[in-house]
Ligand binder design. Sequence first.
Ligand SMILES: *[C@@H]1O[C@H](CO)[C@@H](O)[C@H](O)[C@H]1NC(C)=O
Length: 334
Amino acid sequence: MVVLSQKTTLPTLLLFLLGLLSVCCCRAELLRFEHEAKPDGSISFLVVGDWGRKGLYNQSHVALQMGMIGEKLDVDFVISTGDNFYEDGLTGVSDPAFHQSFSDVYTDPSLQKQWYIVLGNHDYRGNVEAQLSPSLTDMDSRWLCLRSFILNAGTEMAEIFFVDTTPFVTTYFTNPKEHVYDWKGVLPRKKYIENLLLEVESSLGESTAKWKIVVGHHTIKSAGHHGNTDELNMLLLPLLQAYDVDFYINGHDHCLEHISSPESRIQFLTSGGGSKAWKGDINPWNPREMKFYYDGQGFMSVEVTQMDVGIKFYDVFGNELHKWSTSELGKFVI
Ligand SMILES: *[C@@H]1O[C@H](CO)[C@@H](O)[C@H](O)[C@H]1NC(C)=O
């Protein structure tokens, strides 16, 4: 708090007012977090999405396998691609669903790491600020959920940009049907999206990390039930292409999926199999781009070194369904 004394001179006052103005007018930079690499310089993590169903719909089976793979890979952290609590987010910070769907489900010792979490559309149907509240972190120290933020994983190695994608989707505003969305902190929407895109663009532009990974709830490319998200194709994808992003990772479609595209190096990865899955719900897609699609439950692991990023998808039994690594792009061939 700045207290102006009675002797405050005019220039000081002007400076103070200018300062206030810049605080009010300039967009807030995205918060940054650091996560150290292992002693050998590598990082590994798991990605799960669309999960919070009090252990039902195989959520607890997926959690069990995450624990085993998490131990095998000695994971450093876990990422959630959103839709953390069904059907309508949390009602408040004391909603028992927080324990029933999170703390009491992901109990394996290997999962007692930092969780980096974004919001999905279902989370916006509850009390959004509850999920963003530090009181959840007081109850379970693993919980870190923000709308948009940046994670530096390892020194100059991987920079992970978490983007709040729900506000991009027009129909949630124009045709919400029976759902009530909590847009506190988002309105006016146009300004929110513009600021967010500016922040993402400048942070991508400044990034010196070897690997750039963007995480959001909604799909950019997907053959699943929801399919592509037009707004993200129009507004976010061009930034990812312009700044050489390596991976876009999302949930929203309740499947496991890997799509690559001929026009950029970006790999589109969907990890939305944390609980209820949509069997047989798949649309046609160019087979040359579709590397993998699984319409059941599961999760993904990511292993990062300076040389290479490897991804793997697992089903509810812990079977490895698909793996791929950046070395397949042949970019280290001289
Ligand atoms: C749980 O997973 C198994 C194996 O994929 C599947 O057959 C079963 O339908 C799933 N159960 C539910 C409730 O989704």
